[in-house]
Ligand binder design. Structure first.
Ligand code: GFB
Length: 329
């Protein structure tokens, strides 16, 4: 497990995140939640409370309340969300706004109501205005119109940030909000309709290589720029900030560097070993032109990402090769 630069184990009295604290990771089967669970276990946290969707429906307020009343977790990490790439966000706006609002409201309200001492809410870099100055600073939140392909998801996430800030202001509840950039890694969604760009490209190049195809189609113009953070880095940052950060201000979590979609496609092509061409389908949306986070605050808090993109793509491709039988959709 990689260790983030500047990581220091906490003194037990400084944070509710002690070695024996009861920690509920909501969404532990997802990309981020599963990485957070791995990270917590690797750091020696043993008292984890986990529930599958079948065991606890996070959309159901009464069920969530009953769960919190019974279990009373001391620390809650909210990694449960309806997420998807540009096509899914654009196609199912009602599902994205509804499910995310319900789940986060149920978790934040019940965590406070039943005495949790810390909650970590995970947002997204799409909360910032479409034409925010780059790199995007935390103070750019709510300074301009959102990117239309994902404004529904973004509005839900902004509401989550405001819930955390309001509960801290009115009730003194220690809820913090972290804004990850585009994430990828083991456990990602490789469904071509609903996935984000990085796993989609891994799958497309892999299948083109097997089929001996001459070209792979990349959506959009290839000119938008995105920043990619490996989910193991995200999990490390989440645990670090859960232990070391307590403030209403949001914190960007990224690497501070971006690539164009064309450059990303070339990196994935090389990692997979496809030798054909790239074609661009400009009937598909580009989305926001650039989405690079300013990570000055994060670095000032003592944490830096450590997994280089090319290495992260290679290890994610290895994971895909080992698990592809599980997601033949
Ligand atoms: O990762 P992605 O779906 O989401 O797309 P966003 C990023 C860029 O990659 C867009 C292009 O310009 C896509 O057109 N792209 C190229 C592709 N080929 C593909 C492909 O095969 N599949 C996909 N999916 N894209 C998401 C938001 O925005 O970012 C979410 O929809 C979330 O709300 C997430 O915030 C972090 O980066 O545009």
């Amino acid at each position: 497990m990689n260790t983030p630069i500047g990581y220091e184990p906490l003194t037990p009295h400084a944070s509710p995140l002690t070695a024996t604290a009861k920690i509920f990771v909501a969404g532990h089967r997802g990309l981020v939640g599963s990485a957070v669970e791995r990270r917590l276990r690797a750091e020696g946290y043993t008292n984890l409370v986990l529930r599958t969707r079948k065991e606890l429906d996070l959309l159901d307020y009464a069920a969530v309340a009953a769960f919190f009343e019974r279990e009373r977790p001391e620390v809650v990490i909210d990694a449960a969300a309806r997420v998807g790439g540009i096509h899914a966000n654009n196609t199912y706006p009602a599902d994205f706004i509804r499910d995310n609002l319900f789940v986060q409201n149920n978790l934040i309200d019940n965590a406070w109501r039943f005495g949790a001492r810390k909650l970590v809410f995970l947002g997204s870099s799409c909360i910032y205005p479409k034409h925010a100055p780059q790199p995007m600073k935390e103070e750019h939140l709510l300074t301009g119109p959102l990117e239309p392909t994902n404004e529904w998801y973004a509005i839900a996430k902004i509401a989550g940030i405001k819930m955390c800030q309001a509960y801290r202001k009115q009730h003194g509840f220690d809820a913090i909000s972290l804004m990850p950039t585009n994430l990828y890694g083991p456990g990602d969604n490789f469904n071509l309709e609903s996935s984000h760009v990085l796993p989609a490209l891994i799958r497309k190049f892999h299948e083109a290589k097997l089929a001996g195809a001459s070209a792979v189609t990349v959506w959009g113009t290839g000119t938008p720029r995105r920043e990619f953070l490996h989910v193991d880095d995200m999990a490390a940052a989440t645990v670090f900030l859960a232990a070391n950060y307590s403030d209403s201000e949001i914190v960007n979590v990224g690497v501070g560097e971006d690539v164009s979609i064309r450059e990303l496609a070339e990196l994935v092509r090389d990692a997979v070993g496809f030798t054909g061409e790239l074609e661009f389908d400009t009937t598909k949306p580009d989305g926001t032109p650039r989405k690079l986070l300013d990570v000055t605050r994060l670095h000032g808090l003592g944490w830096k990402a450590s997994i280089p993109l090319a290495e992260g793509i290679r290890s994610t491709y290895d994971w895909f090769l080992q698990h592809q039988a599980d997601f033949r959709t």
